[in-house]
Design a protein around this ligand. Structure first.
Ligand code: NAG
Ligand code: NAG
Ligand code: NAG
Length: 173
């Protein structure tokens, strides 16, 4: 009786860990002094606990929530002011990186609020003189919680590929 319960628990926790093995996230990164989109896999390993598979995101400083009016379609070239993790909770963000030097289809991403509404912005001015453009073309407000990384520390990661994460990279989320 005790044994079978133990086995069931092991099966559950092993199942949970094997389902989500790594955390992938679209990043606005920089190369050759220009912003570019990349799909990052964070180095943080999956840790089972609290009924979840958990991935450490790092240490944040002075987080805030931004509320952006609907239909904000005028975008200017910008850089991340701080390295930050962004949680897009509602609305729609369109980010483009026209100066990356990459093929055009790798220079755009539309991020809807909700399940896949995550992004890391790391294209500080000093690494990307030619930045990115963000617009919020949704017909409702866009709500973004911003979590600046303490000391602008970029979380450890490897680059899965240039361009934003695709459905395949986010399959397990
Ligand atoms: C959104 O903005 C565009 C351009 O500024 C305008 O033509 C359009 O009517 C707006 N749509 C809504 C629903 O506000
Ligand atoms: C990036 O470009 C800016 C503006 O053209 C220039 O001032 C800066 O020195 C460049 N940085 C590097 C690392 O090449
Ligand atoms: C992250 O990407 C890897 C490689 O493409 C993939 O095997 C893994 O399932 C992805 N993780 C999630 C959470 O989708």
């Amino acid at each position: 009786m005790k044994m079978s319960l133990l086995l069931a628990m092991l099966a559950l926790s092993r199942g949970a860990v094997s389902v989500v093995t790594a955390f992938n996230i679209t990043a606005i990164s920089a190369a050759n002094n220009a912003s570019r989109l990349e799909c990052w896999q964070l180095a943080a390993p999956p840790i089972s606990g609290r009924g979840a598979v958990n991935f450490a995101l790092g240490d944040f400083d002075q987080a805030f929530v931004g509320i952006i009016p609907p239909n904000t379609t005028a975008g200017t070239i910008n850089n991340a002011e701080q390295v930050q993790y962004s949680l897009i909770m509602a609305g729609l963000a369109h980010i483009s990186t026209p100066y990356s030097g990459l093929p055009a289809h790798l220079n755009d991403v539309w991020i809807k609020g909700g399940r896949y509404g995550m992004l890391i912005a790391a294209d500080l001015k000093e690494v990307a003189a030619k930045g990115h453009i963000t617009t919020f073309p949704g017909q409702e407000r866009t709500i973004i919680a911003q979590f600046p990384y303490a000391g602008n520390k970029v979380p450890e990661h490897c680059v899965l590929h240039a361009g934003p994460c695709t459905d395949l990279d986010l399959l397990e989320l």
